[in-house]
Design a protein around this ligand. Structure first.
Ligand code: NAP
Ligand code: ZN
Length: 346
């Protein structure tokens, strides 16, 4: 039986959100039906809904930071049962056969299905978590540890894993000097994880307004771009930079803050192409890199690590009626640090 689901949808790239109804597929044998409790607003939802990246399909139902409760399982489901606390992130299917899938890095599968604004293997458009229910193959469902509240766990499904994964990939530990650029949804998670992994952490924000929070999240140092000479004073400081900024930034100046063999990792996805001076790489054998969310296995590891280290997102819970305004507030960096929609209001 299909499930009729209330959803919050963007009718086109510039119109406010509207309530509507979507149909979730009848459960297949390996599917799980989830009643959504909370869903985070990621800056990617804004890029997508406003059609800032590839052309989107409308009406669009965003949402890939989903936390809820299992209400039904298919006949062959073995890992979940009714009542379990679960999460869903940025993708809901992949081919299962390619090198990326076999190695547990499904985020790099060419045939994966994104949670929304994507087509599934049957050619159906996918709709995301700004809704009351979702049906997902069990392999793509995560278990939320009891120690985490559902509202503060929801953002971990994207903001958490997107920052945890590159920190792990570049072997962050007590010897590492890490800088986090931009302390928004992703950035405030990056600070907590890098600190928990033992690194010396510097936040580089636009202003001093988030300094007390940054230090509470575990930053050892905090700098503001608005103050002249900030990056100049940090030349040669870092092994790893996690750049979470969604807008254009002076990449050359950032590269110069890396030590010998340091790496600047882009996780923020500015719309424009970015330029940089090549000598900023060659002069200290520096690297520039990118990272894309994380695989299912690593996402579960991140959730368990978060519970173990008492790490969670700091959230502002809002109703469905506040989402249109919340998008503008995220763009203005006016959120501490993730809006999470109470799905009961959708
Ligand atoms: P967010 O909450 O808006 O945080 C971005 C932060 O960047 C802001 O809080 C702000 O921090 C800083 N910033 C914003 N505009 C800036 C500007 N013009 N100049 C300098 N700094 C600026 O967004 P988010 O949800 O964390 O997402 C950040 C980016 O990551 C987006 O582009 C999103 O699409 C992308 N993303 C990528 C992946 C991936 O897998 N690679 C996954 C999720 C999201 P301060 O106030 O501290 O300056
Ligand atoms: Zn996201």
């Amino acid at each position: 039986m299909t499930t009729e689901t209330s959803a919050l949808m963007a009718p086109d790239p510039s119109a406010p959100f509207e309530r509507g109804t979507i149909t979730r597929r009848a459960l297949r044998s390996d599917d799980v039906l989830i009643e959504i409790a909370y869903v985070g607003i990621c800056h990617s939802d804004i890029h997508n809904a406003r059609d800032e990246w590839a052309p989107g399909t409308y009406p669009m139902v965003p949402g890939h930071e989903i936390a809820g409760i299992v209400t039904e399982v298919g006949s062959a489901v073995t890992n979940f049962k009714t009542g379990d606390r679960v999460g869903v992130g940025c993708f809901v299917d992949s081919c299962g056969e390619c090198d990326a899938c076999v190695s547990g890095e499904e985020q790099f599968c060419n045939r994966k299905t994104m949670t929304y604004n994507s087509k599934d293997a049957q050619g159906n458009i996918t709709y995301g978590g700004y809704s009351t229910h979702i049906v997902v193959r069990e392999h793509y469902v995560l278990r939320i540890p009891e120690a985490l509240s559902l509202e503060s766990a929801a953002p971990l499904l994207c903001a958490g894993i997107t920052t945890y994964s590159p920190l792990r990939h570049y072997n962050t530990g007590p010897e590492s000097r890490v800088a986090v650029i931009g302390m928004g949804g992703l950035g405030h998670m990056a600070v907590q994880y890098a600190h928990a992994m033992g690194a010396h952490v510097t936040v580089i924000s636009q202003t001093r307004s988030k300094e007390a929070d940054g230090r509470r999240f575990g930053a050892d140092d905090y700098r503001a771009m608005s103050e002249p000479g900030t990056l100049q004073a940090l030349r040669g400081s870092f092994d790893l930079i996690i750049n979470t900024v969604s807008a254009n930034i002076d990449t050359t100046a950032l590269l110069h803050t890396l030590r010998l063999d340091g790496t600047l990792v882009f996780v923020g996805l500015p719309v424009d192409p970015q330029a940089f001076q090549v000598s900023a790489l060659t002069s200290r054998r520096r690297s520039i890199a990118g990272s894309n969310i994380g695989g299912i296995r690593e996402t579960q590891e991140m959730l368990d690590f978060s519970a173990e280290h008492d790490i969670a997102a700091q959230v502002e819970v809002i109703t469905a009626d506040e989402v249109t305004e919340a998008f503008d507030r995220v763009v203005d960096s006016d959120v501490r640090y993730r809006f999470v929609i109470d799905a009961a209001t959708i």
